[in-house]
Design a protein around this ligand. Structure first.
Ligand SMILES: Cc1cc2nc3c(=O)[nH]c(=O)nc-3n(C[C@H](O)[C@H](O)[C@H](O)COP(=O)(O)OP(=O)(O)OC[C@H]3O[C@@H](n4cnc5c(N)ncnc54)[C@H](O)[C@@H]3O)c2cc1C
Length: 214
């Protein structure tokens, strides 16, 4: 997992609650619960995961972008079970970079904002793919659109552009006992900017490391 899906490892290592939660809580359970402040939904969006769902009528896949309908409600029907996720191996390649951060007030408190990003550069060192998943900020987690930025240089300006887009996409900010919607709206761009910059830097660093003679 550390080599193939390092983003998921980073998320798992940051889950609080001690060994009981880290060893027994499941990604599927967290996804089905659909709690807005969970770590898991935003990470699944960054990885463009496909949920595999089994019901009496057969099996279907649901993209992470369609998996949450509203807070605490997934797209599964009452007679369906989540049986797994299909996730493409991403984030650990020679031109890949990933980053995951969550903003929270206390060591064991729920996140206020989570941001996961996976960046891939092409042989010329420009952006080939970037997926950014935002959790805890909105009533349902969302992706930041970045497809049209393919071919851009992996600079801080690119990270800033994604931060602006994330704020624009936050149309339904979540509010709970930890933070009101206005606070989440205010802090989201800074977290996005730092996470995307870290993922791009890692991707560029992987590339430099790869071109070094062995
Ligand atoms: C002290 C503590 C600290 C925590 N810290 C964090 C944290 O830092 N970050 C974080 O993200 N979460 C945290 N959690 C939440 C924890 O991650 C979730 O409770 C856990 O992921 C839920 O997984 P589970 O397998 O226990 O699901 P369950 O509690 O068993 O299930 C959750 C819901 O999903 C449904 N469900 C479960 N599996 C399926 C399935 N296969 N198909 C259909 N429906 C299903 C259940 O019916 C239930 O409604 C914490 C929890 C505690 C108690």
């Amino acid at each position: 997992m550390r080599k193939r899906l390092p983003l998921l490892t980073a998320v798992a290592e940051g889950v609080t609650g001690g060994p009981q939660i880290q060893n027994q809580g499941t990604i599927g359970g967290a996804a089905c619960a659909g709690k807005p402040a969970s770590d898991i939904p935003g990470a699944l969006l960054a990885l463009e995961a496909l949920a595999v769902v089994q019901g009496p009528g057969g099996r279907r896949t649901v993209p992470a972008t369609d998996l949450w309908l509203e807070p605490f409600r997934s797209a599964l029907a009452a007679d369906e079970l989540l049986i797994g996720f299909d996730v493409a191996v991403r984030g650990g390649g020679s031109r890949d970079g990933f980053a995951y951060r969550k903003l929270k007030f206390g060591t064991s408190s729920w996140p206020i904002v989570t941001v996961g990003a996976v960046a891939s550069l092409d042989e010329a060192g420009v952006l080939a793919r970037l997926t950014v998943g935002i959790g805890a900020a909105a009533a349902v987690p969302f992706q930041v659109p970045a497809q049209d930025l393919v071919g851009s240089a992996p600079t801080n300006d690119l990270a800033e552009e994604i931060a602006v887009r994330a704020k624009d996409a936050l149309t339904d900010p979540w509010s709970d006992e930890l933070a009101p919607a206005a606070y989440r709206t205010a802090v989201l761009p800074a977290v996005v900017r730092s996470v995307v910059a870290a993922a791009l830097t890692r991707a560029a660093g992987s590339q430099e490391a790869r071109s070094c003679p062995r």
